[in-house]
Design a protein around this ligand. Sequence first.
Ligand code: FMN
Length: 344
Amino acid sequence: MTDPEAPISTSELVDWLGGRPTDRLAAIDIEDWDLASISRSAVDLLRGDDPVYVLAPMVRYSRLPFRELVREYGVHIAYTPMIISDAFAQSQVARDIQLSISKNDTPLVVQFAASNAADFANAVAHVAPYVAGVDLNCGCPQSWVMQCGYGARLLRTPELICDMVRAARALPGRASTVPVSVKIRIDEDLAQTVELARRAEAAGAAWIAVHGRLTPQRSSTPPNLDAIRLVKESVSIPVIANGDVDSLAAVDTIRQQTGVNAFMSARPLLTNPALFRGYDSTPVECVRRYLELAVAYGASFDTMQHHVSKMSEHLFSASERRYMHSLTTTAGVVDFFEDYVSNF
Ligand SMILES: Cc1cc2nc3c(=O)[nH]c(=O)nc-3n(C[C@H](O)[C@H](O)[C@H](O)COP(=O)(O)O)c2cc1C
């Protein structure tokens, strides 16, 4: 099975996705969408007092079927996987391949990797009419991403981040109204993190998502909630907390320790897409619903198998898991799961 942490280059990404035409759903019937309300809803939610649950951007996984699934289980705002802005802006094929949206998939935030203001703004201009927000990835630590000048590499150049936010905000027409956010990691020197957050706000960022780990830290390190609180106290725009949001109990703790009302989850939602509904582990119905969505939207086999494997870890024995991993077709996985459920 594909290693989810393995780096993907831009061309590989296009090849990888391009080889799976079933992921290439175009935007569906968007003419009658109330576009203004889509944008407003995300900002209004984040500015409110009620808890806001957010699906994190995840390369390969925060795709349309999974986004729809987690929305049915309490997620309010979903991010797309990181999309490389220059390829996206330049190529209709890349756009068709990399972004699929549906009416059930709002409010949606499209995340871009960019290394300069023109690429970011060009990419934003393509999606602005259809989304509730666009996000600049300033947190990805993978070496190929940093070498391209994307992701956490940007944390060293706050002025460039601000240029990109300003460039997107300066787009003409409706694009100028699309909220622009940034997703950052924290710095060892928290004064730098606070300074960056303040500058992003001054440049026009609508909200900030803070992954409470340093760039070199792995996910086994607990997030620094004090750092997230510091950012929250330093800006007036909403702050989304990210890192180990794995249960409603964790939401309570993070809320108390940081003062934020918005909670972004990545790996925990892969394991339990129903966590924001208070489930301790994925209910069988949720796995079945994912399979329905994956089949309906034609999710790629590798992605579908990975999702099913992650979300049903607690259901299957080691030998059942091995058997599931040996399957090579979507129909095989669906049949395996239905057989399993009928004997449940
Ligand atoms: C498989 C995978 C893919 C990811 N892809 C992205 C991405 O495209 N953009 C991004 O900003 N972060 C990405 N991340 C990081 C997550 O969004 C999140 O910041 C990180 O996993 C910490 O949250 P967690 O503790 O809930 O997992 C990814 C993480 C995982 C596990």
